[in-house]
Design a protein around this ligand. Structure first.
Ligand code: FES
Length: 150
């Protein structure tokens, strides 16, 4: 049990039908930060889906986390407008600074992920650090953001 909210209680908010699976996954991920293997099993049993369906659905969407968060979870929008705004330079700067690559899961302290458009294109490039959203981020302004977290 975490904060008196349990996966079971959240699941009961949704009828166990296919169209509710993503809604339930998002809510569980939002509440607990990610969906662990044990919780994936509970979700699979509730919806009567094979566990592979839970993993497939969860890993397809950027807003559902399936790994325990690192100390610093950095997500950079790689949608068209953010790319035009040089989000690739931001990604390269982060990779070089932390000596990581997008998608690496080896560093328990820092993870970098590309995400798809968040619908805030006019404010891009968009970077999310530990769920806090930053707008108009550049390869040089990223260090001000790091200073808040490190
Ligand atoms: S392209 Fe980045 S928010 Fe739309």
């Amino acid at each position: 049990m975490r904060n008196n909210i349990t996966v079971e209680k959240i699941l009961l908010e949704f009828d166990p039908v296919a169209q509710n699976l993503l809604l339930a996954l998002k809510k569980i991920s939002k509440n607990f930060g990610y969906i662990c293997e044990k919780d994936s099993q509970k979700i699979a049993e509730y919806f009567e889906f094979p566990i592979t369906k839970i993993y497939e659905t969860a890993s397809f969407y950027d807003l559902v986390e399936t790994k325990k968060p690192a100390n610093l979870e950095i997500k950079v929008c790689s949608g068209g407008d953010c790319n035009l705004g040089q989000s690739t330079n931001v990604i390269r700067e982060i990779e070089n600074h932390f000596r990581i690559r997008v998608g690496d899961k080896f560093n328990p302290k820092v993870r970098l992920k590309k995400i798809s458009c968040l619908g805030r294109c006019g404010d891009g490039p968009i970077v999310i650090v530990n769920r806090k959203v930053y707008e108009r981020v550049t390869a040089s302004s990223i260090y001000k953001i790091f200073a808040e977290w490190i």
